[in-house]
Design a binder for this molecule. Sequence first.
Ligand SMILES: NC(=O)c1ccc[n+]([C@@H]2O[C@H](COP(=O)([O-])OP(=O)(O)OC[C@H]3O[C@@H](n4cnc5c(N)ncnc54)[C@H](O)[C@@H]3O)[C@@H](O)[C@H]2O)c1
Length: 465
Amino acid sequence: MKICCIGAGYVGGPTMAMIAHKCPDIQVFVVDINQVRIDAWNSDGLPVYEPGLQEIVEENRGKNLHFTTDVDAHIRDADIIFMSVNTPTKQYGVGKGRAADLKFIELCARRIAEVAEGHKIVVEKSTLPVRTAETVKRILANTPHGATFDVLSNPEFLAEGTAMSDLENPDRVLIGGESAEAIETLVNVYARWVSREKILTTNLWSSELSKLAANAFLAQRISSINAISALCEATQADVDEVAHAIGTDSRIGPKFLKASVGFGGSCFQKDILNLVYLCEHYGLQDVANYWEQVILMNDHQKVRFARNMVRTMFNTVSGKRIAIWGFAFKKDTNDTRESAAIYICRDLLDEHAHLAIYDPKVSERQIKADLRAAFSRDGVLSDRHAKLIEENVLICASPLEAAQDAHGVAVMTEWDEFKTIAPEALFQAVFKPAFLFDGRNILDHAAYLKQGFEVYAIGKGLLEG
Ligand SMILES: NC(=O)c1ccc[n+]([C@@H]2O[C@H](COP(=O)([O-])OP(=O)(O)OC[C@H]3O[C@@H](n4cnc5c(N)ncnc54)[C@H](O)[C@@H]3O)[C@@H](O)[C@H]2O)c1
């Protein structure tokens, strides 16, 4: 059997690496139009950082795992074709800022229709609006070589940072489709390492919608606890204590109840916006409003954090150096898409702060590109903002270097290494009064207070020693 996966991104790369690893008899080809990305997959510096990924790629690459830009040849050869291309929020025209931009998925489907021969199973791996398979099927119906297709939906539930263990031990695999034979073929691939009870099969539309609904529910929990965090700060309740108290209720459960500076990542916001757009499309305005509130709450949390920083530092951060610890949207990934750090840095730069940023896995090029994008309006960056990024942003090689002579230190990402910094060392590095803003509640606040810091923690407010 041969598998072709179109899209060598955060999903295509790790997912196919796991399939190749678990199924040595299947040849897996990951194809992409982006030559730089493919070259990186074939090098020692993989384009995606995930614990455990490098080892699995190195073990299988060149044997039954291949990365190439030869899209057409591998579409032609494959029995199963996964579409794992990006489906970002549309930035133009009808549905701008809400609908999913399906141009990449459409291009993919058209390419498959154009070059395929014989019978293929086409699998939607990308997250798509419910009923996209209808469009895919219509495009595939127009094929010059008489090819025939079964379309399946097989959304991916991996979380970045834990992708490899999620793929190895998924809570479930979801496969939606119409042809029992095609479903069984794909079930048989996953069944090599996932127990059959965990492989759920549904109709196409349930599968497509379940992915959007799962992300909406996950994000909703974060916005819910973040909403409570604001109330905690106003009332001297402690959000970690509240989260623990409510999480022990088995109906609620303890996971995803960690208050933070706000959720990020490429999926939650875009998938909820997509859900909101779909609800509006079907005339369900109240349902749309309900889900949109999850995003508005998340935006509020980011703005609130930046405002609190400014207010705490005597209502001005102009000309002050602020250490930003972490830029990735969560630990153990190099992905910065929609990271809360981007928007907090933007707001602080707008207040003319000088930012000294450290992240163990994110490059200077990526950080500056994200900041430029955050300040751009319709793709245009003003000279003033370009200058601000050029002159007021310094990328540092360690947390303590970033903190040197800083007026404040802000934790944006929950990287484990931040917990290993000695409060004394940090206290010596920074200006006094020493301000610490913990946007992830990961540090030992009591130790920092004892050292003489003024500590602001999410859902706890300004702490007193
Ligand atoms: N990142 C996640 O954690 C995650 C989790 C679950 C689901 N998803 C979904 O999976 C999909 C892919 O996400 P990602 O994070 O891997 O995106 P990504 O941007 O990292 O990768 C997508 C890749 O597709 C390639 N591509 C686009 N059009 C192409 C074409 N016509 N032919 C060949 N290659 C093409 C791009 O060059 C890019 O390398 C999205 O729909 C996303 O919502 C993502």
